[in-house]
Design a protein. Structure first.
Length: 112
């Protein structure tokens, strides 16, 4: 079993954004599947369904360039939104701007 922080190191000051219900240990097969997965190879298959990539412009956990590259491989319709002034958990930081972007996107592509 592998500890969550050994798989994806998240700075301690950001860990407060995770609830106490998250899994803290994962089997090797899960870790290996994360290492082996290449999102750029499959993201185009999402199309013609819409895709929203919502990413912190300066993310300390997942490099922002990964979302930019993913967007470049995506089919249409797809949107990439980079948010300044936040880190890694855009929806967990009471960010009303991120919530509005998400709501507007969902209203546009998946109206109730």
């Amino acid at each position: 079993m592998f500890n969550r922080w050994d798989i994806v190191p998240i700075p301690e000051h950001l860990r407060v954004n995770l609830t106490g219900k998250v899994h803290m240990e994962f089997p090797y097969v899960t870790v290996q599947s994360m290492v082996d997965f290449r999102a750029n190879n499959v993201v185009a298959d999402i199309s013609p369904r819409p895709l929203l990539l919502l990413h912190a412009a300066d993310d300390s956990v997942t490099p922002t360039e990964q979302s930019v590259e993913l967007f470049q491989h995506a089919g249409q319709p797809s949107d990439l939104v980079l948010l300044a002034g936040i880190d890694h958990f855009p929806l967990a930081e009471s960010n009303s701007r991120a919530r509005k972007i998400l709501k507007d996107w969902l209203d546009h592509y998946m109206p109730a």
